[in-house]
Design a protein around this ligand. Sequence first.
Ligand code: ZN
Length: 251
Amino acid sequence: MTVQDLFDKISAARHCTAFTGAGVSTLSGIPDFRGKDGLYASEQDAEKIFDIEYFKEDPSIYYKAAASFIYNLDEKKPSVVHLVLAELEKRGLLKAVITQNIDLLHEKAGSCRVIEIHGSPKYHYCLRCPDIRLPFQKAAALAQAGKLPICPQCERVLKPAITFFGESLPMNALKEAMGEAQNSDLMLVLGTSLTVNPAASLPLYPLRQGGEIVIVNNMPTPLDNMAIFRFDDLEKVFGDIEKIMLNGGVT
Ligand code: ZN
């Protein structure tokens, strides 16, 4: 099976979606900070950064840490995977990106339909006042200046709409993701080891409907033998797809 075969498969699909995990963002130099071997796993505050109880106690732990790896979006570059997925959508070949990532790089690459099942820092909200919303850019400016975003009504520190440990996943995004997965006759499963539920079960939806899945990941996954294509090297595969697209391999 070649990457050209994969590209032909994508081109022929009725409803192709992508499901992305940390492996897509490590190509952009972002550590898999939730993973056991992630950069922050060795630090004492590791599990506190994204823990809701710690956040309620002292939100500055999160904002101090996140200033240099979440709120520095201007310094980050989308990887070839982000860029190719955005281009596939532009060409009508990809209907949606479902992602476990919280780094906004799919949006930065130009993807329009992005479903973030672990939430994202796209906006910040007050744990008490329902109508308060602060967009990413404003929170980023504050965080990078060493300040905290404060609720104008109750003066609590705002929380990013990232799903923290101890919180449940955003129900609307999860429903949307399941709908997309059910509707997919082809799902590209990229840079995720499919170990965390319920996200890990998403590729089962297309399979149950007679659809097909492709897996590109540098680690084994529980669904490897269900995939029609199984590749290890994300950067190589998407670099090749990019070349095929540039050479006009699209009808
Ligand atoms: Zn408030």
